[in-house]
Design a binder for this molecule. Structure first.
Ligand SMILES: C[S@@+](CC[C@H](N)C(=O)[O-])C[C@H]1O[C@@H](n2cnc3c(N)ncnc32)[C@H](O)[C@@H]1O
Length: 434
């Protein structure tokens, strides 16, 4: 496809996103199925542009003084992809497939954009107005935090120490230009691709099929490290889902001790079985409510209970930018109630002297500090412990990571964000039971 047709497709997809309540990934893949003439390069280009536009749609609309899908896509080409105005004009005006010649105001805004510094703060931060104060409550520089969420996310890789090591994995993934992580000793990072470049396809690489490596954001890897030294321990992963943390914990345990993987929604555990097999994990017992499983026998017996709680996902806005615009106050309230329930339930399995790790991929205080504060006020046998110390005790923090993580600390735990740590947003806390 030529640029003109790709731009037209991107405008259509953004319009569909605005008009239908479907995840953008589904809209893009439906489009790919219906338009078989588009090759994989075209699809990557179009979805890259649409996702970039959604990440920054508010500031782009403001710069263009027009928040229509057409204006936002044209603005994305100019202000995010740095296309010269003439290139945009040529593609737009192309008769056969272009979206139509630039209008006077469009041309004017592309060549002489409004100064974004004059926009209201939530527009500069590219987030809904009601969310801005929630970010301002947890950051001295909410605009920078918001803007960091508008960038493309890198791909982080966890080297599975049960099957491989960092040097071997780096060699096996040389084609991806993966580099050692600045935060986790057994992690690699593949930088996000430039504007119209295609990301390397990691899934089909043999190192993945053989279980030598897993894709996992460095923030999520750090969350697992907060479980501390767990080799030989009894660990409950209460909200195991597809098993991202379970796999990381199993590798930290070198297959010694026992992990019980559970999820209140048993269907979510489905991928875990294949993943455990591929990773060479032998110390996980999956228990599911679907087959009448229960955790009754584990009450007050666990050295570590890991609560990777359901959340708004505000920390993952770089990867799922549509969720930033669709989050509602009602959803937030539903999640906080679930968080209270999971925290309370998890606490019943911790043995005296054991630890409760609380994690969300959200950066809001409402889903983190407020939940912990409320739990601690009613459970005086639990107290806040040091998550950075716990991570360091595993020996798996990269050189210099500890100092960086210290700057993310508050009275309850640590908050990671794209602006602070270059990771997804996470909150990680460790409670100790007396
Ligand atoms: C953030 S996801 C877990 C992601 C997973 N740990 C991973 O790393 O891939 C949260 C999960 O918690 C589950 N959940 C919610 N409330 C729960 C509860 N009270 N007990 C157990 N699981 C719960 C949800 O079904 C969901 O799968």
């Amino acid at each position: 496809m030529r640029d003109a047709g790709r731009i037209t497709a991107a405008i259509e997809l953004l319009a569909e996103f605005e008009n239908r309540h479907l995840p953008i990934k589904d809209i893009i893949s439906n489009w790919g199925r219906m338009n078989r003439y588009a090759g994989s390069g075209d699809r990557a280009w179009i979805s890259g542009l649409v996702l970039d536009a959604i990440r920054s749609k508010q500031s782009l609309g403001w710069r263009m003084e027009d928040d229509s899908p057409r204006a936002v896509i044209l603005g994305a080409l100019r202000f995010l992809w740095s296309w010269p105005e003439q290139r945009i004009a040529d593609a737009a005006g192309e008769e056969a497939h272009g979206p139509g010649a630039l209008t006077g105001p469009e041309a004017a805004h592309l060549s002489n954009p409004r100064n974004i510094g004059d926009a209201p703060a939530h527009i500069q931060a590219d987030m809904p107005e009601w969310i801005y104060p929630l970010i301002a409550a947890v950051s001295d520089d909410p605009i920078a935090e918001g803007q960091a969420f508008t960038t493309r996310a890198p791909v982080d890789i966890r080297v599975n120490l049960l099957k491989s090591d960092v040097a071997k994995a780096e060699k096996a993934l040389a084609a991806t230009k993966a580099e050692p992580s600045m935060l986790v000793a057994n992690a690699l990072r593949v930088s996000a691709p430039d504007a119209d470049a295609k990301a390397p396809a990691l899934g089909p690489m043999p190192a993945f099929g053989k279980g030598f490596v897993e894709v996992q954001d460095a923030g999520s890897q750090l969350a697992a490290l907060a479980a501390g030294k767990v080799e030989g321990a009894q660990v409950l992963d209460l909200c195991a889902g597809a098993g991202g943390k379970t796999l990381a914990l199993a590798a930290m345990m070198a297959n010694k001790g026992q992990i019980y993987a559970w999820d209140a929604d048993g269907r979510r555990l489905k991928p875990i079985f294949d993943r455990l097999r591929r990773a060479g994990v032998r110390n996980v017992q999956v228990r599911s409510p679907l087959d009448g499983g229960s955790l009754e026998d584990l009450a007050a017996r666990m050295d570590v209970v890991f609560v990777d709680a359901p959340c708004s996902g505000s920390g993952t806005w770089r990867r799922k930018p549509d969720t930033k615009w669709r989050l509602s106050q009602q959803q937030m309230e539903a999640r906080t109630a679930e968080q209270d329930a999971a925290l309370l339930e998890g606490s019943t399995y911790v043995k005296p002297g054991g630890r409760l790790v609380y994690v969300t991929c959200s950066i809001f205080r409402e889903e983190n500090e407020d939940r912990l504060k409320s739990f601690l006020s009613a459970h005086d046998r639990f107290s806040v412990a040091d998550p950075v110390e716990a991570m360091a005790s595993t020996g798996l923090l990269a050189d210099g990571a500890r100092e960086q993580l210290e700057t993310c600390r508050n009275d309850y735990g640590i908050r990671l964000t794209p602006a602070r740590t270059g990771t997804d947003g996470f909150f990680i806390a460790v409670l100790q039971k007396s």
